[in-house]
Ligand binder design. Sequence first.
Ligand code: SF4
Length: 171
Amino acid sequence: MKQKADWEKYVALANSLKMTEVRMISPKNIVFDIRAILKCRWGCEYSVADNLRCGARDTTYRERVEMIKRYKHILLVHSHDVRQLSAAVLKIERSAFLDGYYFAFAIRCCNLCKNCVVQKGTSCPKPEKIRPCDSSFGIDVYKTTRRLGLPCEVLQNKNDVQNRYGFVLID
Ligand code: SF4
């Protein structure tokens, strides 16, 4: 029963951090598709150079999928604001870690800074806070979220409302 109270605590924390919605899911809810990596490596403005933000840290695709599948409980966090989302998943990860979930880990491409300097070849000011992008794990975020009844569309204009998602692997 400790777990149920903990989940409620993390949902409340996410809400206090202005997240739009939080769901408790499992790896079965996540759709993996290696094409997510294809789109990540070619076409993303950040991955034009091998950098700290986008690197796979010597892990293979198979290993990364296996890592996620080892967890039973995963928080899916929805927000309209990329920077708030990146900060929120780190805070939830920290809270879960302090509660004893020592493998707690956020997956969310890093948007902590308003202007990321990494792609310009400058050193990241907070390298310990970088977490991997869901694309590098081969997560099809569109299909994963749509199957859960959550909104995720290809944006047509810069001013369109963004639906962004982060994952916090708990235990
Ligand atoms: S912490 Fe800032 S500079 Fe470093 S990867 Fe994240 S957004 Fe870029």
